[in-house]
Write a protein that binds this ligand. Sequence first.
Ligand code: SAH
Length: 349
Amino acid sequence: MKNREIIELANEGKVPSREQLIQLLSTFTEEDREYAASLARAKSKETFGNAVYTRGLIEFSNYCKNNCLYCGIRAGNKEAQRYRLNKEEILDCCEQGYKMGYRTFVMQGGEDPFFTDEMFVDIVSTIRKLYPDCAITLSLGERSRESYQKLFDAGANRYLLRHESISPCHYAMLHPSSMSWERRMQCLRDLKEIGFQTGCGCMVGSPGQTVENLADELLFYKEFNPQMVGMGPFLPHHATPFKDEKAGSVEMSLMMLSMTRLLLPKVLLPSTTALGTAEQGGRNRGILAGANVIMPNLSPLKQRSKYLLYDNKTGLGEDASEQLVLIEELLNSIGYHSVVARGDYQGVN
Ligand code: SAH
């Protein structure tokens, strides 16, 4: 079967076979990629029109107990200047963000043991009380089911936890042996069962990743049916074991975004900061490949340059409102615009 026909299968709501996906991902041409992007873009427009949802990202701590081999804020990176925001600082970010029109706040951080369940519950329920019309998204890493339940009961709506790889063997190449693929996948199932709009995902082009892995990612998304999928290119960080590894390909990242959109028409799909860092204009290319979410940074400027998962991260210099203006201009330049809306998942689960 021709690559175009494989793309069309997905566009018609059918699931290509593993072999077909492997063929597509290992042989696609620039024309194939553009074809997939045009269908994915049309698919995205059916649900979202030309509107892009913005999420205010609050990177509340770069302390982390884990030692993921790819990540710049891994515990073992002694160069990293550590910081954590206190409750007031987090609430300041929300206040500022609300005024700018954000209706989703995303709290993301390293796995920082300083924050207990009680502290997170306190922060989440305060945000819930102050901003009843906003969605609260958490990205706090792996926690117990009980902890996730408490956070949900406190008013959190969504949770992002990339599984990083659908292959246990590849997962083990990216993480120390103290981390477990099984546990991570269990977390995802727990989150979804509890009722969170749940986001899984992976880096594209992380060391050791094969096209077979990527094909399996797509098949997993179809099966798990998450409300969100987070995917961006792997980018090396100079103070990690992967410092000399090659960055993931932008073209492959775009193809993965488009295929994800075709397979999951309603999924909330961010065009990531990593994509914008890998290539100037990368985030626009993500939108044109079928993504429908952008997550600008609301973290205080003085801390922002310390939340470095990879080198050369984009968007460190502008304050939150400048950044929003720039993003709006970029979106307008390709015929899109951002909206003031919670932007909940609109599919069936
Ligand atoms: N501690 C939280 C948040 C992690 S940071 C958690 O475990 O979910 C969010 C995502 O950034 C990670 O899931 C990972 O996929 C991505 N990331 C980390 N290092 C990266 C790198 N070097 N290049 C690209 N993406 C990276």
